[in-house]
Design a protein around this ligand. Structure first.
Ligand SMILES: Cc1cc2nc3c(=O)[nH]c(=O)nc-3n(C[C@H](O)[C@H](O)[C@H](O)COP(=O)(O)O)c2cc1C
Length: 222
């Protein structure tokens, strides 16, 4: 695939096939992603790669915690609740499109809860990644880590693999910190599921729409 094809082919996959991904492959993708730019080349990305027993423990503990606790809050990593327009509408549209594809009726809280909970099983992908950042760094470093994540996801696609970026992993950071021994001076930002798409699953037919160019681009001096 050429680069433009890879860019178009990458999409968030939320159901993975039971097919392993080797450590060597993950290492190769991480090396490629580390070609990402970062402000003053500080390369602030840190990533925990989970598989096997540790991954099973992480999933079990986060899912159990989630049954009886609200999402973690506090000073760890400020997140926004309800977003202003047009963001709220875009978010709702994605949820509505996804849930109608997999047959979850509007207002079915239990099914909704269960589907969102699949985040904490990495959607059954064989490999999960958890990204952290040094608490001392400013927001520009989060831009750097976003670049790394996108490079990783594109590199994965170019190797025939699929991914889903997951802010969900920030919701229960206290458990993730404990299970993975993440140092206290790092924030847990997000995760990525990595594996091969289950092409028979309807959730993977979701097409997330994009707004037209003139909704986000302002040209000056042309
Ligand atoms: C920073 C970030 C966090 C995300 N968090 C989640 C998540 O927790 N769960 C999920 O299913 N998708 C998550 N996504 C995937 C987005 O929903 C998806 O990228 C968006 O709808 C566009 O669709 P596409 O990736 O298929 O092009 C996240 C994406 C990004 C970039």
């Amino acid at each position: 695939m050429n680069f433009i094809d890879v860019l178009h082919a990458r999409k968030s996959v939320r159901a993975f096939a039971d097919k392993p991904v080797s450590r060597e492959t993950v290492e190769e993708l991480l090396r490629l992603a580390s070609r990402s730019p970062s402000g003053t080349n500080i390369q602030p990305w840190k990533v925990h790669i989970v598989a096997g027993d540790v991954r099973r423990r992480l999933e079990e503990e986060v899912l159990a915690h989630r049954e009886t606790n609200p999402p973690d809050t506090g000073a760890e990593f400020p997140r926004m609740g309800k977003r202003k327009e047009p963001y709220q509408t875009r978010m709702r549209k994605l949820g509505k499109d996804m849930y109608s594809l997999i047959g979850i009726p509007k207002g079915d809280q239990a099914a909704n809860w269960a589907q969102w909970g699949r985040n904490y099983k990495f959607f059954d992908a064989p490999v999960g990644l958890i990204f952290t950042v040094d608490k001392d760094l400013d927001r520009m470093s989060y831009v750097d880590i976003g670049m790394f994540m996108q490079s990783f996801m594109l590199a994965a696609k170019a190797h025939g693999l699929d991914t889903c970026a997951q802010g969900a992993w920030n919701n229960y950071w206290s458990v993730t910190r404990r299970v993975l021994n993440v140092p206290e001076d790092e924030f847990i930002i997000a995760g990525i599921s990595l594996g091969y798409a289950d092409d028979s699953h309807p959730v993977n037919t979701l097409v997330a729409e994009r707004e037209p160019l003139d909704s986000f681009a302002t040209f000056h001096g042309f």
